[in-house]
Design a protein around this ligand. Sequence first.
Ligand SMILES: Nc1ncnc2c1ncn2[C@@H]1O[C@H](COP(=O)(O)OP(=O)(O)O)[C@@H](O)[C@H]1O
Ligand SMILES: [Mg+2]
Length: 235
Amino acid sequence: MLLAVENLHVSYGGIRALKGISFEVEEGKIVALIGANGAGKSTTLRTICGLVRAQSGRIEYKGTVVNKVPPYKIVGMGISMVPEGRRVFTRLTVLENLEMGAYSRGSSQEAKESLANVFKRFPRLQERKSQLAGTLSGGEQQMLAMGRALMSRPQLLLMDEPSMGLAPMLVEEIFSIIREINNSGTTILLVEQNAHMALSVAGSAYVLETGEIALSGPAAEMADNPEVRKCYLGE
Ligand SMILES: Nc1ncnc2c1ncn2[C@@H]1O[C@H](COP(=O)(O)OP(=O)(O)O)[C@@H](O)[C@H]1O
Ligand SMILES: [Mg+2]
């Protein structure tokens, strides 16, 4: 297993955000974590990245327990995150934003190669490389956030609600890019409120409800599950 999360508990002061969740991400797959606002999806990703500390439980990545590893070392181990709301540096150019993503990559030769790969995947970013990130459209900012995360050539990409706030056509485009990234060998843990899109690209899925895993299974089965259809697919 590339990533195994076991009985993870996370609190913010008195608020119990995660109440002992367990799940696994197999290498090469797209795994979806779906759930309503406040369910604990972002907390899960932030804890995996080392940005939030768990009270208890374990996060095992490639057989190593990484609970107490600092965020910059997590990136070095091959995990990178596309945060909720993109979080691009609006007053920096597209190129400068991408260079920030290469921060932990050793040589400048490697950074150059990473940049060439990102521009190949996102030609629109190349066309706009000198533009300030704050002047990009929402969809372009999402691409920039994805490109920035790919600069460190992650084996495991964590994506927090990539479809949030985007028009339906752009959502389709972003999800087809997610498929391509996965096809070229990157494992993806995808967090979404848009269960419909998430289940259409994922191999397996987990439903998170107020800090607990309520349901899990192959994505196709989940999409047929009456409870999922009622609560998450708007039927
Ligand atoms: N920095 C924080 N401080 C206090 N409570 C937080 C913080 N971040 C999240 N929470 C709380 O933790 C719970 C889970 O939040 P979050 O992981 O952001 O959910 P989701 O991403 O599924 O919307 C919510 O009750 C939220 O209010
Ligand atoms: Mg969130």
